[in-house]
Design a binder for this molecule. Structure first.
Ligand code: MG
Length: 393
């Protein structure tokens, strides 16, 4: 993807669409591959993991307004009734729950550093990061928070950055509890580089934290060996699937941080890592979906009668209730009450198609910004590695 240039984005949209088509051959559409996936899924226990922003809700200008549509919510509810389902987001867990408003799925916030499940995990109990708690609805939960000790420093970083961004109109600092998102989507394009330099130089005072670039955002996280991939392993364990040869995880996400989860699935040797992207990207995902609309189409396919082929070996209502991912109703009972949302026609109008084209073009520009951030981060990491090595000598 390194050959993409900004002028190419502006001048030769057709070529870029061609490169997307070539990329699609290596990362085929999960919708087109659905029948094949279901054939593999027969007799297996399906588990679904999804990112939130850019996967279930479109990327919007104001991160506080990244609402999920009613139809998407209905689709997630449907899959949550059929399979153990988790949303794994970089946002703080309460914010994602507030957006999604479903209680038949589990949530992991702060890039997997804040996980709430009904049972917790025996396997991870000795690590000292699990605490019994009560959620906002008064339900007993077990929280897994491996970055708990960093909380005071995260708060300090937010205070420091809140002060420093004041000279950059449009910049915002989002408190994601165990990590921080610094958004620069609305910062004057000419000042964006200076802004990112400012964040990087501020963070030099916090060597136990790292910065990753995202979509017009810098993600600041504690440097611990925990990420969305480890969160996926933890969640599989709480669902009772550790070591299970029958389990088939799907993970759908659009972020760089989702790559850790894709890698874990590749390591398992079974399951479907699916990237959401309308532009070519370097990824460990095997499949792709173009946008949030296609994510919804895919979920609707999963809940359709075709997917019912895997029914007999799915988690039983009792198991599902124990995992907190079901309501104890039988599969048949749930089918009876399937919402009309799954019957909605999703064909785009010509106008919507034109809007999509515009979005693709915008995505390219944002991808170029991401690439610039990646290069910068690699340089910073290299410099840090060098100075750490010097320090040890
Ligand atoms: Mg995302």
């Amino acid at each position: 993807m390194g050959s993409l240039t900004e002028s190419a984005v502006d001048n030769n949209h057709g070529d870029l669409l061609d490169s997307y088509r070539t990329w699609l051959e290596e990362h085929p559409s999960a919708l087109d591959s659905f029948e094949a996936m279901i054939a593999v899924a027969e007799g297996k226990k399906l588990v679904l993991f999804m990112d939130y922003d850019g996967t279930l809700s479109p990327i919007v200008d104001d991160p506080d307004k990244a609402f999920i549509s009613d139809t998407m919510r209905a689709s997630v509810r449907e899959v949550g009734n059929l399979f153990p389902t988790a949303i794994v987001s970089g946002r703080c867990i309460d914010k994602v729950k507030g957006f999604v408003k479903l209680d038949n799925i589990v949530y992991a916030g702060s890039h997997g550093m804040d996980i709430s499940t009904p049972t917790g995990s025996l396997k991870y109990e000795d690590e000292g990061h699990q605490i019994k708690s009560v959620d906002e609805q008064g339900t007993k939960v077990v929280k897994f928070q491996p970055a708990q000790e960093f909380l005071p420093t995260v708060k300090e970083i937010i205070q420091v950055l809140d002060q420093k961004i004041k000279t950059f109109e449009g910049a915002t600092v989002e408190d994601n509890r165990f990590c921080v998102s610094v958004h620069y989507r609305h910062v004057n394009e000419k000042k964006a580089d200076t802004f990112k330099e400012m964040v990087h130089s501020t963070m030099k005072a916090y060597p136990n934290f790292r910065i990753n670039g995202g979509k017009m955002v810098l993600e600041i996280k504690p440097s611990i060996n925990w990420n969305k991939g480890r969160a996926l392993e933890y969640l599989l364990d709480t669902f009772g699937f550790t070591g299970s040869k029958d389990v088939l995880p799907f993970y759908i996400g659009d972020d760089k941080t989702d790559e850790d989860a894709f890698e874990v699935i590749q390591g398992l040797g079974r399951g479907f890592p699916i990237i959401v992207s309308s532009v070519p990207r370097d990824t460990k995902a095997s499949y792709s979906l173009r946008d949030t609309d296609e994510v919804m189409d895919f979920m609707i396919s999963e809940t359709s009668t075709k997917a019912s082929a895997a029914k007999p070996t799915r988690v039983s209502p009792q198991e599902s209730k124990a995992h907190g991912t079901g309501d104890g109703r039988s599969w048949k009972q749930r089918q009876k009450h399937r919402s009309s949302a799954t019957k909605v026609s999703l064909r785009r109008t010509p106008r919507e198609e034109r809007e999509k084209e515009k979005l693709v073009k915008k995505s390219y520009k944002e991808r170029i910004n991401e690439l610039k951030d990646e290069i910068r981060n690699n340089k910073v990491e290299k410099r840090r590695g060098k100075s750490e090595r010097r320090g040890r000598r």
